[in-house]
Design a protein around this ligand. Sequence first.
Ligand code: SF4
Ligand code: MG
Length: 266
Amino acid sequence: MKTSGKALAQKVERIEASEVFSIRSDELPTWCPGCGYFGIHFGINNAIQQLALLHHQVVVVSGIGCAGRYPFFSHTYGLHTVHGRALPVATGVKLANPELTVLAVGGDGDGLGIGGGHFPHAARRDININYILFDNAIYGLTKGQPSPSTPVGFKTKASPQGTREQPLNATLLALSYGASFVARLFAGDPEGITRALTAGIRHEGFSFYHVYTTCVTFDKQNRTWDHLKKSVHALPENHDRTDRGRAIEHVLRDNDSLGIIYQESR
Ligand code: SF4
Ligand code: MG
């Protein structure tokens, strides 16, 4: 459905009035036009604003990659660290000052490849931080190589005959590693990102958000807006988010459902 010019103007007016833009820094994001990261950025900012967190109460920690630039675009404290190391640095920040709301952000290459060894330990330690994985199933910053979540058969300059390895499923990994809060989300649904983050930031423990997103520049065939919009859907209404085993069974059956998949009661 197309949005009319008037409806769009009204939407922009509502967003401006909500002051969500105050969470953005003065730096305009350098992501490619149409990149899914804009939707994630908006969803995160909206959650910070809705939770009435002040700028100095939030720290965003990133590794390397297109998502690694995130702290520059956030009017909060931020650390742009080393490739794959957002989680250990975020853990250190939280230990140094438990009052802070700590968000670790990064892509699938950064978090499942280079930093893949940190993910299970952050999850099992259950430190009260938030890890938002921007999963576009490709290395964007280095111009389109296959990542650990790229599907079998994906052809790139680095895999001219198509990839052969099975992709990692970050939602399933988080559930298996013992994460106490797991949500699967979509960059084209920033409201869903905001809803999950407001719940996950309040959750006292390690909260993981697996966000399906696009790399419009280097992926024209797999995780595109068209494909994602056709495949993603809400979790079934009767989904039991309190049972880890059932959550795992659900993810093995349905890899496209969105929402809070698991939350351990506290
Ligand atoms: Fe987004 Fe891909 Fe551009 Fe990086 S290269 S900013 S992931 S569209
Ligand atoms: Mg990526």
